[in-house]
Ligand binder design. Structure first.
Ligand code: PPS
Length: 324
């Protein structure tokens, strides 16, 4: 008996003695987990949640809307001045697409804020809906492919491309509108006007060397993850190009020619019923603005400069964009 009482006491004693170890061990484990969590950048304070759409707020009686915030399954990664805003707005007319309106610039300028911060920016989606965002500068950001791959290797990537010469002029037009005292287009485009040497360090020129940038992306993503949208066809045949985009995203072809009309004043296709509105709407004044007149010889020289890069790009993508 005594032995068994001793045994019981011993067992109890063992438990009692074991307790301080357990009570120290658990906080240590929690602390360790927390530090590991912080090291991965996940414990930073979250930004305010993305604003809900009015109809979501109403449906939830003024509280946070239904659905959940997810990482985008598809991103419009480029190119600047390619027609990325038009594509995003056309996609938003699809009920299964929820897209962030502003450009988050997460994978180029805001990566240190962490993936949770990024996800929290996204609009809420319901089952069957996809989340999207567009930031055209990702296409020329060295680190972007790796960062997006680390978020999800299944991310679908859309690139809207446009004749690199027209794209460069469009880019210059935008800079000029913000700063009217900048040098002329030709002064910036050439290193030496008399020899016709192009200045490839000027971003308006560099962005248009699509083959070089695509090469960087192909180190991480196979070609099957990309869709290349023709910026020219997005203007001349928006419904046709949108058909390809919806197929690529695995969506029903809901956005069709019935959604568009050509606005003569704007000189561009516009949506009959944009997202959240029953009235027709064209893109803003900064989209589709007149370009300054550039000398024919300057355009020709640039066209020559881009030709080999364009050929390489057609070869890489298996698509002839008809710029040459
Ligand atoms: N439907 C429609 N309406 C208006 N504009 C249209 C449309 N479709 C394509 N585009 C072309 O989009 C060009 C701007 O491209 P982005 O939206 O990619 O520019 S940005 O990088 O986001 O600043 C813009 O370039 P600019 O013409 O130089 O202004 C347009 O040519």
């Amino acid at each position: 008996m005594g032995g068994s009482r001793g045994g019981l006491a011993g067992q109890l004693g063992g438990l009692v003695r074991a307790q301080p170890r357990a009570s120290l061990g658990l906080p240590m484990l929690l602390l360790g987990t927390y530090f590991f969590y912080c090291l991965t950048g996940s414990c930073e304070p979250l930004p305010p949640a993305a604003p809900e759409r009015p109809e979501e707020q109403a449906a939830a009686g003024g509280r946070a809307g239904p659905g959940s915030r997810r990482f985008p399954q598809a991103i419009i990664v480029g190119v600047k001045k390619g027609g990325t805003r038009a594509l995003l707005e056309f996609l938003r007319a699809h009920p299964a697409v929820r897209a962030l309106g502003a450009e988050p610039h997460f994978f180029d300028r805001g990566y240190e804020k962490g993936l949770r911060w990024y996800r929290n920016l996204m609009p809420r989606t319901l089952e069957g809906q996809i989340t999207m965002e567009k930031t055209p500068s990702y296409f020329v950001t060295k680190e972007a492919p790796k960062r997006i791959y680390n978020m999800s290797r299944d991310t679908k990537l859309i690139v809207v491309v446009r004749n690199p010469v027209t794209r460069a002029i469009s880019d210059y037009t935008q800079t000029l509108s913000k700063n009217p005292t900048i040098p002329s287009f030709q002064a910036l485009a050439f290193k030496n006007v008399s020899t016709g040497l192009i200045d490839t360090t000027w971003s308006a020129v560099r962005i248009g060397i699509y083959a070089k940038h695509l090469d960087n992306w192909l180190q991480y993503f196979p070609l099957s993850k990309f869709l290349f949208v023709s910026g020219e066809r997005l203007v001349s045949d928006p419904a046709g190009e949108m058909g390809r985009v919806q197929d690529f995203l695995g969506l029903k072809r809901v956005v069709t020619d019935k959604h568009f009309y050509f606005n003569e004043t704007k000189g561009f296709p516009c949506l009959k019923k944009p997202e959240g509105s029953s009235r027709p709407r064209c893109l803003g004044k900064s989209k589709g603005r007149p370009h300054p007149k550039i000398h024919g010889q300057v355009i020709q020289r640039l066209q020559e400069f881009y030709r080999p890069f364009n050929m390489k790009f057609y070869q890489m993508t298996g698509q002839d964009f008809g710029w040459d």
